[in-house]
Design a protein around this ligand. Structure first.
Ligand code: IVH
Length: 676
């Protein structure tokens, strides 16, 4: 095999991608941009497409999710996956410790303290350093085979780092969790799709792990934190601490917040420390797990039928309380969406006074069956806005909430589109929308204008200094100096920060425009695909849909935005202000089909629509949504409809799947000739 053989390059790319996945998903310390990562991934995918013999289930390309299944196969565990006994307060923890001490007859012992992650446990089996199978906890004795779904979890290594674990086959156990951000995003998407929200990240993670279609699991962005390393159902190493260190060295994700504790006092200190600090973590923790470090001592302490006698879960008190729902007020967001907010009789929940809780939308209020005047159970978790869990007691004089028919801020029309959970104020001049759009525009993940927060925006609006985002770029130092509590230093800093934001990349600007359904991710996709704001603004709906993940709804929303005169004027002012309207264009692949545009219609005999698209794009071709004079070929399958008629009308050549394969120079079964 030559130095530049595809096999060699494939292996090189896999190693490189594994390394970057590890940096990003396990260590949370990425070194390359998403675009560079995607470029490497695409090169690998192209090579695997072209060389069937080089494909492998543990390639990073396989994380996207394979074929949907009918159900899950049951698999017995190598040893029971039991639960943990709980200690609900310090006293119960002391009793546990006293029992351990007496069973170990005065011998010295150590604890390992770890956070108790609020997810679901899963076992993952490895053979010769490769991921083989994943099984859910199930009833503790028998679980379900979720291998294909687990493969999509980026922090689960498909290959372990060499020689760190010497045994041929082993099993790891750990917790599958969904980060708060992914959870929030998922619920927002469900709102937009008119689906019920998930109550908590654990339920969402459980649903994702057991989804019949692995691509659903992939989209939910799960994480896997490991804590056990077993062989034939028994610990491989003699100390738990050493197990965690070995897992880290082998490339597994292990929660970094752990501590070796010499005794109960150390353990209590760890517990106290994390009681409030846990709010700052990106995932939820509901307690601390303490395990005896020595495996030999663990074995002597043994198990009850339910749980080990060598470990305990200290549960933080639930941050819940009941209070009266006094009113429901409606807030207007930056896209005009109306959010009902609960006004509560102030109550202390885990050390914080709570007087507001979000109710999301009308469907959520209906799901909870809550009415004004009811006593409700509220819960606070992390630093997110508290939520109402359920009605604790119906109020005597309860009254149902009705979504207003006109905007509470501007009196404008309210509409609720079918299939959407949110009602919206459609007045684009609504002051509430303006305030929220300015705050969104200035926020850290968007244009990152430090210092432009609530207080300043409110003052700018009250004095009529700003009527849209373009006005920000015309603010003068002396205008700011007239504002309350504004010194020379902070005023010039703000002007400087606004100035600096002119060079923010196009994707951020696009996100900042506040086009409905165009958030951070979609903005990045659009910027990468089209390369300039003008190209996006000019693109017809079908062309917009040529970008990955852009469906008709998003495309329509973008079209509508740019078709409004006031938005076009705004864009021109931003152009004059010198904001970045172009993105460095990702180099397009040169291939057999470079310069050709294809339209797919009907059902092809072997390829799915997506597979055909991937292959065409991999060869440098473009796939468009509708037939026009610019179409080079139409690929038609069974039940092809109007697109085929249109192609014939325009005299555009029509090919079947075999014709496409011929152009791709690859036989229909997708295999290339063997190299041996
Ligand atoms: S040890 C028999 N460690 O909590 C050993 N479990 O209440 C049990 N959990 O089923 C597992 N974080 O799903 C362990 N650091 C941690 C954990 C943890 C969360 C979950 C796990 C377990 C449940 C027991």
């Amino acid at each position: 095999m030559t130095k530049h053989s595809p096999a060699k390059r494939v292996e090189e790319l896999r190693r490189e991608l594994e390394h970057h996945e590890y940096l990003y998903y396990v260590l949370d310390r990425p070194e390359i941009s998403d675009t560079d990562f995607d470029r490497l991934m695409r090169e690998l995918r192209d090579l695997e497409e072209a060389h069937a013999d080089l494909r492998s289930p543990d390639s990073p390309t396989q994380r996207v999710g394979g074929q949907p299944r009918e159900g899950f196969v049951k698999v017995p565990h190598s040893s029971p996956m039991l639960s943990l006994d709980n200690a609900l307060n310090e006293q119960e923890l002391r009793e546990f410790d006293a029992r351990v001490r007496s069973l170990l007859k005065g011998e010295p012992y150590q604890y390992v303290a770890e956070l108790k992650l609020d997810g679901l446990s899963m076992a993952a089996y490895y053979g010769v350093g490769r991921f083989k199978q994943a099984v859910t906890r199930g009833d503790g004795r028998v679980g379900e085979d979720v291998t294909e779904n687990a493969r999509t979890i980026r922090s689960l290594p498909l290959r372990t780092k060499k020689d760190r674990i010497t045994s041929e086959s082993f099993e790891v156990r750990g917790e599958v969790v969904m980060q708060r951000r992914s959870f929030e995003r998922l619920n927002e998407e469900r709102d937009q799709a008119g689906l019920a929200r998930f109550a908590n990240p654990r339920n969402a993670a459980a649903g994702a792990l057991r989804a019949l279609d692995p691509s659903v699991t992939a989209a939910r962005q799960l994480d896997y934190f490991t804590y056990f390393l077993l062989q034939d159902g028994r610990p491989l190493l003699s100390s738990h601490w050493q197990t965690l260190e070995t897992l880290v060295a082998a490339g597994f994700k292990v929660n970094s917040h752990r501590r070796k504790c010499g005794g109960l006092d150390d353990l209590l200190e760890f517990i106290r420390e994390w009681e409030t600090k846990r709010d700052t973590l990106p995932y939820e923790t509901d307690g601390v797990v303490a395990k005896i470090d020595s495996v030999e001592q663990q074995e002597r302490l043994g198990w009850t039928s339910k749980a080990p006698r060598w470990a305990i879960a200290f549960k933080y008190p639930a941050r819940q309380a009941s209070t009266v729902l006094e009113n429901i007020e409606v807030q207007v967001g930056r896209t005009g969406s109306l959010t009902p907010v609960a006004h509560l009789k102030p109550v202390n929940v885990g050390g914080v006074t709570v007087s507001r809780a979000t109710l999301h939308n009308e469907d959520e209020i209906a799901r909870l069956g809550v009415q004004i005047g009811d006593t409700v159970l509220i819960e606070r978790s992390g630093d997110v806005i508290p939520k109402i869990v359920r009605v604790a007691e119906e109020g005597k004089h309860r009254r149902p909430f009705r979504m207003p028919s006109s905007c509470p801020v501007c009196g404008g029309h309210i509409v609720r589109e079918s299939g959407e959970a949110a009602s919206r104020c459609i007045n684009t001049n609504c002051p509430a929308r303006l305030r929220e759009s300015l705050l969104h525009f200035a926020s850290r993940r968007v244009m990152d204008i430090d210092g432009l927060g609530d207080a300043l925006v409110d003052q700018l609006l009250a004095r009529g200094l700003v009527h849209n985002i373009a006005d920000l770029y015309e603010l003068k130092l002396d205008q700011l100096l007239e504002l309350e509590r504004m010194g020379e230093k902070s005023a010039s800093k703000i002007i400087h920060n606004i100035d600096d934001s002119r060079s923010q990349p196009l994707a951020r600007l696009l996100n900042g425009l506040g086009i409905p359904f165009v958030g951070e991710r979609t903005a990045q996709i659009l910027a990468d695909h089209f390369g300039s704001l003008d190209a996006i603004a000019a693109a017809p709906i079908e062309v917009l849909q040529e970008a990955t993940e852009i469906g008709p709804k998003v495309a329509d929303s973008i079209r509508q935005f740019f078709s409004e005169k006031r938005n076009r004027e705004l864009i021109e002012r931003l152009r004059t202000a010198g904001l970045s309207f172009t993105a460095p264009k990702v180099a397009k692949k040169q291939g057999l089909l470079t310069g050709l545009t294809f339209v797919l219609t009907g059902t092809l005999p072997t390829l799915s629509r997506d597979e055909a698209k991937t292959r065409i794009e991999a060869a440098g071709g473009k796939v468009a949504g509708s037939v026009s004079s610019k179409t080079s070929y139409v690929i038609a399958g069974e039940d092809a409809g109007s697109k085929l008629d249109k192609a014939r009308g325009l005299n555009i050549p029509v090919l079947d799947e075999a014709g496409l394969f011929a152009m791709l120079d690859s036989p229909p079964d997708g295999k290339t000739q063997s190299h041996s």
